[in-house]
Design a protein around this ligand. Structure first.
Ligand code: HEC
Ligand code: HEC
Ligand code: HEC
Length: 349
């Protein structure tokens, strides 16, 4: 019995040493060109699917995903951050990415094999050892859900629909370089409406636009979409971009049929606040002619965007420029009905 125990202990010590020795010899092939053995491939995928399924059990119940306003920002993000590996409805996968191990799959084919929660898990956290990256921030579940909503539409999506959603201009066939995204692919006034989750920048103050760009760049305002959009941008370009957008006229939104009672509630909160509930009057800071230019203009902004930002302030996830803490305090006691009412009120001003 004693001798058997010794054998076991000796084996336990020897096995890792043997492993190190083989690793040191340099005889394990790591080249990707040969691919995996079929059994390795099967095993890795099996582990990945099981791991994703288990992790997805912790994912909150998906919010409604049928809002079409989710699609443009997600399509733009897809073009900037996913298409170079997965291809897109407008472009096949390149030979270079097909030579990755594992190759990024054609999402049009595999998306139907996953549930919404599993897609959320994959897009938010990425997949280790494969090159599949995590979302640039862990603080923006709303953006990740928009990507899930978009991925659901990818199977069978027409190239023109994709280009239209992502704000890409039509490309003549035979183009080698993919058409590029610009700020206007998302922010052009003509692409925005009352449901937009993408903000209008037109007529916003230069100071606020500049501080917002700096906040994204310095990781003080989390948004995977804006952080990706700005990754190739030079800090020296910020002032010119801010000035150009500030100088544009803001288009009038087609009036939404907002509930008059909600509008009234929104106006009262904006003008006088609610001292009992410790909600300050928004207009003491916002929309003042001689006010601090770091307090953004809200009038005529899309109500869907305003509501998203207010929810982010309430949950403490918004971040922002040097004065953002003032706004966090102003928003902390708002409930969902206040948020809807205030967003409708400011959008209609
Ligand atoms: C650098 C390349 C790369 C980028 C960029 C990338 N992916 Fe992936 N992705 C992969 C690879 C490789 C896999 C395969 C993982 C595997 O098979 O285990 C994958 C897997 C996936 C899967 C699971 C599909 C399946 O059945 O295996 C989804 C969904 C996905 N990616 C979505 C996205 C989205 C959305 C983006 C952009 C936000 C993105 N990917 C960006 C490389 C990439
Ligand atoms: C793929 C779509 C997309 C692209 C491309 C894009 N943006 Fe954005 N932008 C967004 C979204 C979505 C938001 C809201 C992000 C958030 O919740 O903080 C935003 C927010 C902003 C804001 C903050 C506005 C506010 O009212 O707080 C500024 C400033 C901005 N973008 C400037 C730019 C500039 C400059 C570029 C080009 C370098 C650009 N964006 C490219 C989608 C995009
Ligand atoms: C003490 C001044 C102050 C008060 C009061 C205030 N805000 Fe703000 N608000 C700010 C500042 C400063 C910012 C800019 C935060 C940043 O740096 O991104 C802001 C940003 C916002 C934004 C984000 C706009 C965008 O383009 O992303 C919304 C929406 C907003 N405020 C709504 C409100 C509402 C509604 C109220 C009233 C309940 C209110 N604010 C009260 C100072 C204030």
């Amino acid at each position: 019995m004693l001798i058997r125990w010794r054998h076991v202990v000796a084996t336990l010590v020897a096995l890792p040493l043997l492993g190190f020795f083989i690793g040191w010899l340099g005889i394990i092939p790591l080249g990707a060109s040969g691919g995996h053995w079929a059994v390795t491939d099967w095993f890795l995928h099996w582990v990945m699917r099981n791991s994703t399924r288990t992790a997805a059990l912790r994912v909150e119940t998906p919010p409604p995903l049928d809002d079409p306003a989710r699609l443009p920002l997600a399509a733009g993000q897809f073009e900037m951050g996913c298409a170079r590996c997965h291809g897109s409805p407008a472009q096949g996968r390149s030979a270079a990415t097909l030579a990755m191990l594992p190759p990024p799959p054609d999402l049009g084919r595999v998306v139907p094999t996953w549930t919404d929660a599993e897609l959320f898990q994959i897009v938010q956290h990425g997949i280790r050892y494969t090159g599949m990256p995590a979302w640039p921030t862990t603080n923006r579940e709303d953006e990740v859900w928009s990507m899930v909503a978009f991925l659901r539409k990818v199977p069978g999506m027409h190239a023109d629909t994709y280009r239209e959603l992502a704000g890409l201009s039509a490309t003549p066939s035979g183009t080698v370089e993919p058409p590029s995204m610009t700020c206007d692919s998302c922010h052009a006034e003509s692409r925005l409406d009352a449901g937009s989750l993408i903000p209008s920048l037109a007529g916003q103050s230069v100071a606020y636009l500049l501080e917002s760009l700096r906040a994204y760049a310095e990781d003080k305002r989390p948004s995977g979409v804006m952080q990706t959009a700005m990754s190739a941008l030079d800090k020296d370009d910020f002032p010119a971009l801010a000035a150009a957008y500030a100088a544009r006229p803001r288009q009038r939104l087609a009036p939404e049929s907002a509930d008059p009672q909600a509008l009234d509630h929104g106006r009262r909160l904006a003008e006088t606040g609610d001292a009992a509930r410790r909600i300050p009057a928004c207009l003491t800071c916002h929309e003042k002619r001689d006010g601090n230019p770091s307090y953004p203009r809200l009038s005529g902004q899309s109500p869907a965007y305003l509501a998203t930002q207010l929810r982010l302030f309430v949950s403490g996830k918004r971040g922002g420029g040097p004065y953002a803490d003032l706004m966090k305090t102003a928003a902390e006691n708002l409930d969902e009905a206040d948020i809807q009412a205030l967003s409708a009120y400011f959008a209609s001003r």
